[in-house]
Design a protein around this ligand. Structure first.
Ligand code: ZN
Length: 229
């Protein structure tokens, strides 16, 4: 059984014999690849009858950090989109992100960029330019983020909202940059580990609030980063 992310939404399908080396599908179905598939209508689930890989993102598979990030990217979109939820921008973002994860030196920033864009395409775009409370234009004085309100708060709203998180100016700037720029722009960035951690934490709490739980791959990514430090 496989979950496919397609431009027409998510599909649960069956790929018979994909793991048998004698099967016609052997080697043509792999996780985290971009493929064209022919599906036959089945009684419950559709069945993959042919598959041609378009992009296999080969570096991903040789690197635990990259494969962990790809797993997270796949799990996040799987949880956020529904079966018949047609969303071409989200699909294209996933393909671009797998390509970036295949080569980038900034794996974590690639994920942050992906999170911000994906949330935007699915109606959960965090507000970073106007206060999530009163809609006033935000200035550099902004230093609180509210997962409940759905974005950054001006100092006045932050004083009355109880569920806010502190946000440094560098974290605020990085969030805005990642939301506004295409994924490839992360290659030019030099960001301190503290700011990367701050942004990761803010988005994790915000995403947890939307999904109402943590993703399985988050624990795996955390274990990887603990073994690094
Ligand atoms: Zn406000």
């Amino acid at each position: 059984m496989l979950t496919l992310i397609t431009p027409q939404g998510k599909r649960r399908v069956v790929a018979k014999g994909a793991r048998k080396t004698t099967s016609r599908l052997a080697g043509h179905i792999e996780l985290f690849t971009h493929a064209t598939m022919l599906l036959a209508v089945g009684r419950n689930l559709d069945i993959v009858t042919q598959s041609v890989i378009l992009h296999s993102f080969d570096n991903l598979r040789g690197d635990l950090n990259r494969i962990g990030a790809a797993y997270y990217a796949a799990e996040l979109i799987d949880r956020l989109i529904e079966e018949e939820d047609e969303n071409r921008p989200a699909f294209e973002l996933l393909i671009t992100t797998l390509a970036v994860l295949d080569t980038t030196r900034n794996i974590d920033l690639a994920l942050r960029s992906y999170e911000l864009r994906l949330l935007g395409y699915l109606g959960y775009r965090p507000q970073l330019y106007h206060c999530a409370g009163c809609q006033e234009v935000l200035t550099e004085e902004t230093n609180r983020f509210s997962p409940v309100a759905g974005g950054a708060l001006c100092p006045r709203c932050a004083a009355t909202e109880r569920t806010t998180m502190p946000m440094t100016l560098s974290a605020f700037k990085l969030l805005r940059f990642l939301q506004a720029q295409p994924a490839e722009a992360i290659e030019r960035l030099h960001i301190s580990p503290e700011t990367r951690d701050d942004v990761e934490k803010l988005l994790r709490v915000y995403i947890r609030r939307i999904l109402e739980r943590d993703l399985k791959s988050v624990a795996f990514l955390e274990e990887l980063s603990n073994t690094r430090t």
